[in-house]
Design a protein around this ligand. Structure first.
Ligand code: HEM
Length: 456
């Protein structure tokens, strides 16, 4: 990400409001429940922010990099995450990094930082390379593949192995099954017409509760076994057990459980979605795919899995992954709630006002990305990426809550794309539309079925 870039516009910036007529009773709810992403794109084309009403809830949607910067980087302490995630994700994530606030968040961020330093990411790259290779071989053995499902499986395997040094087969194991169910239930609860809090004992919620209890038991057992054995492995659990705060304090088992679940959840669905979109885009853009195959064939001789050092020689694969996340950012909106009356470049926000950052819309503003719908990985050539205005590109958010796994995710996406390009050609079924299902993350709609042609 371009942290040193210049302001998008001079400091005399006066944000332009977009006025959108809404219905008297429902406000802008119909647009939200319709093609939400198209609505967000449109709002960003027309101006910098909009005041909307979703049923009873007033929200302010911001679609400019300047306002996003003020919210996330200059003034983060005036906001907390909006209630949605905190309520719906708490049973699964507890008080992990994604859901915690203020002082607790700062402390956790300090404790978690060592897990994601380059030295360790290098070791995780070996896991990524091996699992990507296994996935490509699985694909090559079939005529066709449901990309969404295969990527969900592979990214879950990667995160399970890096986190616990555990093998997580997708269907069979306790962790994989229980986690998938609990996450799907969370998605269902958040996106139903009347959002259902997880405490209401619906059949789905009861089943999710049992799934989370199974997960808890498994994770707590892994933690207890590791503490008892004192064995050090090259996984995240070892690092969490060894983590010490400035005052020497350690994480409790419960804290380790919450952070592990957080990494599990935050660290796999987003990446799976991003890679699925990228593969779909490559299938629709054969000349770009051919350039990738050429890079990979040249730089990765033989059959060896791609590791950290090899990945450095694959800049085009990285540019493809970044450009795919510009067009289809898995975290397409970020939510915050104002803790007090405040203002962003003159846009007033009352206490408790929900603010959404329209990442999907910002990424398609034509003055930031000319011909914005075109898939053009060379937008991320180093000199062009450097010239982008600050926060014009922000798939990982920004400020103190920027994604802690961003380097992990970029490397994982790059390795997966390069590995597939080395071993298989994936052609999306022509009848498969590239439509999004904007749930908590921007998922592709349908299974994204692709024809597989193995490469020798
Ligand atoms: C393409 C993949 C990914 C995308 C697009 C993504 C996106 C994001 C975004 C936008 C945020 C900020 C949320 C906010 O400000 O409200 C975030 C936070 C976070 N992400 Fe990621 N992420 C990805 C992969 C990962 C991976 C691989 C991990 C871990 C292995 C991870 C762990 C986290 C955690 C723990 C947070 C919370 C950080 C905090 O609040 O301090 N993410 N992610």
């Amino acid at each position: 990400m371009n942290l040193e870039a210049t302001e998008a516009r001079p400091s005399t910036f006066v944000p332009k409001e977009v006025h959108v007529p809404g219905s008297f009773v429902l406000g802008h709810l119909p647009a939200f429940r319709g093609d939400r992403v198209a609505f967000f794109h449109e709002l960003a084309q027309k101006g910098d922010y909009a005041r909307l009403r979703i049923g009873l809830f007033p929200i302010t949607l911001i679609s400019s990099p300047e306002l996003a910067h003020e919210l996330l980087v200059t003034n983060p302490d005036a906001f907390v995450k909006s209630a949605g995630l905190a309520i719906f994700a708490r049973p699964l994530l507890g008080d992990g990094l994604l859901t915690s606030e203020a002082g607790a968040h700062k402390k956790q961020r300090r404790m978690m930082a060592p897990v994601f330093v380059q030295k360790h990411i290098k070791a995780y790259a070996d896991v990524m390379g091996e699992r990507a290779f296994a996935s490509a071989k699985r694909m090559a053995a079939e005529r066709s593949v449901a990309l969404g499902q295969e990527l969900a499986r592979t990214t879950l395997e990667i995160v399970a192995k890096t986190l616990f040094d555990a093998e997580v087969g997708f269907e069979a194991t306790e962790i994989g099954d229980a986690l998938t169910f609990a996450m799907e239930q969370m998605n269902r609860n958040i996106t139903s017409v009347i959002p259902v809090p997880p405490q209401i004992p619906t059949p789905g919620n009861r089943k999710a509760k049992r799934a989370i209890e199974r997960l808890d038991k498994t994770v707590m057992r892994l933690v207890a076994e590791r503490r008892a054995s004192g064995e050090a492995r090259t996984d995240v659990l070892t690092l969490l057990l060894a983590a010490r705060d400035e005052d020497g304090s350690q994480m409790t088992d419960r804290e380790i459980r919450d952070e592990s679940m957080t990494i599990f959840l935050a660290g796999h669905e987003t990446t799976a979605n991003a890679v699925t979109w990228a593969l779909a885009l490559l299938s629709r853009n054969p000349e770009i795919r051919a350039r990738l195959v050429e890079e990979v064939t040249r730089e990765v001789p033989g059959d060896a899995p791609i590791d950290f050092e090899t990945a450095k020689r694959l800049p085009y694969a990285m540019r493809i992954f970044k450009e795919a996340m510009r067009l289809y950012p898995p975290a397409y909106i970020l939510g915050r709630r104002a803790l007090r009356d405040t203002s962003l470049s003159g846009v007033t926000l009352k206490k408790n006002r929900i603010v959404l950052v329209n990442i999907a819309g910002i990424h398609r503003r034509p003055e930031l990305f000319p011909d914005p719908s075109r898939f053009d990985p060379d937008r991320f050539l180093p000199e062009r990426e450097k010239a982008l205005p600050r926060l014009a590109y922000m798939p990982f958010g920004a400020g103190p809550r920027v994604c802690i796994g961003n380097h992990f995710a970029l490397l994982e996406g790059q390795i997966l794309l390069a590995t597939y390009a080395r071993h298989v050609t994936l052609d999306l079924d022509p009848s498969e539309p590239m439509l999004a299902d904007p749930l908590v993350t921007l998922r592709p709609r349908g299974e994204m079925r692709a024809k597989v042609t193995p490469l020798s």
